[in-house]
Unconditional design. Structure first.
Length: 105
């Protein structure tokens, strides 16, 4: 086996939670900081607690709100596409003279 390819192992790595809980584990880094641990996580405590890290829920709700405002039904999309096609047809020159005038501009 090659030497110096494996990371340094720290058998007493200190884990610090945002709630203040501190415990030790074996890891490749000497110190770890976490936001939620077994002491404060709603799954382990049995409490219905809202855990929001860095406003992720707010960001999701704002994206969801934007998606609803931009929502267009298929019927409306087809109608807009048809109107756009008709408008494009109306803008086309009808005679050769109009086409020549348009290309000279």
């Amino acid at each position: 086996m090659k030497t110096s390819v494996h990371p340094t192992w720290y058998p007493e790595a200190k884990v610090t939670c945002a709630c203040g809980n501190v415990f030790t584990v074996g890891d490749t880094v000497p110190e770890i900081r976490v936001e939620v641990c077994y002491n404060c996580h709603p799954y382990y405590t049995g409490e219905m607690k809202f855990v929001d890290t860095a406003g992720r829920v707010d960001a999701f709700l704002s994206k969801k709100g934007k998606a609803k405002t931009n929502l267009i039904s298929k019927v409306e999309k087809r109608k807009l596409k048809r109107e756009k096609k008709i408008q494009k047809e109306l803008e086309r020159p009808e005679t050769l003279e109009e086409l020549r005038k348009k290309t000279k501009k």
